[in-house]
Design a protein around this ligand. Sequence first.
Ligand code: TMP
Length: 213
Amino acid sequence: MSLFITFEGIEGCGKTTQLGMLDDYLQQKGRRVMITREPGGTKLGERVRDILLNTDGMNISSWAELFLYATCRAQLVKEVIKPALEGDNIVICDRFYDSSVAYQGYGRGLDLEPLIAINRCVTGGIIPDITFILDCPPEAGLKRAWGRINAGGEVREDRFERETIEFHRAVREGYLEIARREPERVKVIDGNREIGEVHKEISDIVEKIVGSL
Ligand code: TMP
């Protein structure tokens, strides 16, 4: 029995916290869980993540950005996600191809058709069984994200936090559009609530799916 779950959302939406809580919940139930993230999760992916997210004045064009994310994804699918799913694990990934659709497609304005075709190539057709979009207003998300960055150590992953509020609004709209197109797979969760309440909604949905496998 394998299951592929992804978490998505704008900066500071709380997805990483919720992913950790779902991991704990499933492990307590005795499930084999594998956690990974994008960009990253492999040696190549973590190096490319550094190029993508640290601000050091380097200019990256939108298509170059898309291909760098696609590079990470290709490696992660081959090295981590596919083998883990074949080994009957529950795989939970912090972001996956919907991030490229929302950020590079709706945020940067890249043409969706080739972008989605590239996603399909690098994932080998792997589609998450369930995707949670943690939805929250960009103002609230960015406030949380900047609080975390300013409290953090030396690594500043703030390239996207520096984008305009309009950019983040477009990304959020992109996510909501993805959910409208694929309501079976993609669940929009109101992330602007108490953490435990959000976790309960997510774990109830996962419980139903796991119970039916
Ligand atoms: P995170 O680890 O905090 O989620 O940061 C990853 C950043 O990368 C986040 O700002 C969203 C961005 N991103 C894209 O723009 N496109 C993608 O395909 C992925 C996976 C992430």
